[in-house]
Each structure stands twice: as C-alpha cells, then as structure tokens.
Design a protein around this ligand. Structure first.
Ligand code: UDP
Ligand code: MG
Length: 339
C-alpha cells in the first residue's frame, strides 16, 4: 500500500473549509478491489496540493470490505468510513457520504477502479475554472454492449428531462461545488439520481473526457432490472412530461378514433355491411387502445408509487457508525444517525 500519510489532513475543524476536497466512494462488496484502489487513490489525494478527506461509505457489504476500509482509516487520519446498517443502494450511499463530508469541492468515484483516480485533478481544475458541476465522460466505455446502448438512450432522455445536455450521466467520476451538494442533501429524495438532481441546481456545468477501465475484480451490482428501475425513477422523478405526452396522445387518438368511427359508419350506411376485413381493423385498433391504457395506468401507478414512498418518510439510509480519527475528534458525527 502506498504511504497514505502524505495526504494533507485538515487539522482545524471548520465546517466547510474553502480549500478542502472530499472524495466520496460508495462501497458494496468490493474487497477484491479496495487495496488496489487505495494504492492508486492515496497518491492522487496526496498530490492535490490541498487538504483532502476520503470518505468511504460501506453500503452494508457482506464481505470484508468494512474491515479493509477500517484499516485504511486507522492508518490515515484523512480517511473516514461511514458504515451503513445494511445495503441501501449506490445513490443512498452517496447521499450518506455527502451528509458527512465537509469539503468545498466534492468528488465521487466508484470503488471498482472503472474510474481512474488519476483523473481527479482534471475534475478539480474544471471546478476551479468556475463550474458548479463537472461530469466525467467515458468516451471509450469498457462495458457490455447492451449497457452501452441502454446508457446512450438513458443519457438522451436524462438530458431532455433535466434540460442540461450531457453525454454521460452514468459516469460516477464527478465533482461538485459545496452548495450543489448541500441542496442535494436538503432534498433528501427517496429515489435520488445524484448526477441529474445536481444538474438541476447548477449554473455552470462542464463535461470532460475521462478514462474507463473494465471492472478490476468482482461483479457489477446492476442487472437489467435494477437499470430499468433507475430509468423509471429518473423519468418520473424529474417531470410530469410523460403524463402530459400521454394525455395529449390519448386526446389525439380519441379525435382520430371519432373520425375513423364516423367514416366506418358512413361507409356502412352507403354500402351496407362489408366482409370481415373491417372486423380485423377494429381488432387492431382495440388492441392498440388496450395497450395504451395499460401504459397509461402503469405510468400513473409510477407517480402514485413515488408519492407513497415520499409520504412514508422512511430514512434513505441508517448510519450504524463512523470510523476514523477525525470522526472521534469531531462532535458533529454522532453514530446511529438516521439519514
Ligand atoms: N455500490 C453501492 N451499493 C450498491 C451497489 C453498488 O455502494 O447497492 C457501489 C459499488 O461498490 C461501486 C459503485 O457503487 O463502487 C458502482 O457499482 P457497480 O460497479 O456495480 O456499477 P456499474 O459500474 O456496473 O454501473
Ligand atoms: Mg462499475
């Protein structure tokens, strides 16, 4: 492991010191990657030339991730580990990290080494240039084809919904200014998609190309269904547009349908009953409408579901403990604090 003691720690305990950089890493069963990650992340953090804290959020790992992370925290006072009580999902883990970090600039990155830590200084430089949010853009993405295609659609959709054009909303190698993260934490949304939410509050947004590697070890925590779940949350979480489009489509179809019925009726009056061809046309129309109704119901259900989840006001995550020297010195992080 690299000598991590070179990281400039923050010795005063101000709440949001102007120079401090916080690096937040969500971790779920990444024991195969953590040592390699830290061996690369520590020198980058040390080389930033400003105080830096690294917050690992253990999202209820069932392997030895937490033990390894606690080793890092014991060896280096700039490292803290936020231990969640169980697995709450990547974005909830990020929110937990955001609530406990104190930097003026906040950088996020995945623990599986798909995002090269060496790119962090580029992100920080772009924030220094006056951007509120800087997104990494994986120009050469090392993922399966279906993930890349799904991701293209996802990015177009997200750009349209959020109103901020970006090539890569899925890349978690990103940097944010403090006020953006404060607002994201304040929203305390149940199904937050952090990059999109942050962009809705940003005035200046930049995107810079970053490298992307195959997962160093272990397996992706996302399958087709969890990705679909994320996309649906995104669509319904950001706008009422799908509902409006649906209502307008419904209205359009209704008008067309009325016209169609009138033509059929007129046809029948003039020519009398025809052969079965017309029947099949009607079937086709019927099936189309039934499909549309189901879609509409599903979407309405999505919104109702979201309202239900918000109304329950269950915590997004529960912090079981915080490990690391700084946590012990600082009274603001009390253990067992619900999110
Ligand atoms: N992760 C997490 N909680 C989860 C799932 C994932 O904290 O429930 C973390 C994971 O450890 C990794 C990051 O989120 O650091 C991205 O996960 P993964 O690499 O599986 O996603 P992919 O790269 O396949 O999109
Ligand atoms: Mg990954």
């Amino acid at each position: 492991m690299n000598s991590a003691s070179k990281i400039t720690p923050l010795r005063d305990h101000l709440v949001h010191p102007a120079e401090l950089v916080s690096i937040v890493v969500p971790v779920y069963n990444e024991s195969a990657n953590l040592r390699a990650l830290w061996a690369r992340l520590a020198p980058v953090a040390a080389g930033l030339g400003r105080p830096c804290e690294v917050l690992f959020v253990d999202d209820g790992s069932s392997d030895d991730s937490l033990t390894i992370l606690r080793e890092f925290a014991a060896a280096d006072e700039s490292v803290r580990v936020v231990e969640l009580a169980r697995n709450f999902g990547q974005h909830s883990a990020l929110l937990a990290g955001f609530r406990h970090c104190r930097g003026e600039i906040i950088v996020t990155l995945d623990a599986d080494l798909q995002n090269p830590p060496e790119e962090i200084p580029k992100l920080i430089a772009a924030i220094d240039e006056g951007n509120d949010v800087v997104g990494g853009w994986r120009e050469e993405r090392q993922d399966r084809t279906y993930r890349r295609l799904a991701s293209q659609m996802h990015n177009r959709l997200t750009s349209a919904i959020v109103g901020v054009q970006m090539h890569d909303y899925g890349c978690m190698l990103r940097a944010y200014r403090r006020h953006i993260i404060d607002t994201v934490v304040e929203c305390d949304e149940k199904a937050a998609f952090v990059p999109a939410l942050a962009n809705t509050f940003a005035k200046r947004v930049a995107e810079i190309p970053v490298g992307h590697a195959e997962r160093a070890g272990g397996e992706s925590k996302y399958n087709f269904f969890s990705l679909a779940h994320l996309s649906l949350n995104l669509i319904t979480g950001f706008s009422l547009l799908p509902m409006r489009v649906l209502s307008l489509t419904g209205m359009g179809i209704f008008i067309l349908d009325a016209f169609f019925a009138a033509v059929l009726f007129g046809h029948r009056l003039i020519y009398g009953p025809q052969q079965e061809g017309a029947l099949w046309t009607l079937f086709a129309v019927l099936f189309f409408l039934v499909g549309l109704m189901f879609l509409a119901l599903g979407l309405v259900g999505e919104y109702v579901g979201r309202i239900y989840i918000e109304v329950r006001r269950r915590p997004n995550y529960i912090v079981r403990a915080i490990h690391g020297e700084r946590a012990a010195l600082d009274g603001t992080d009390s253990p067992r604090r619900p999110g």
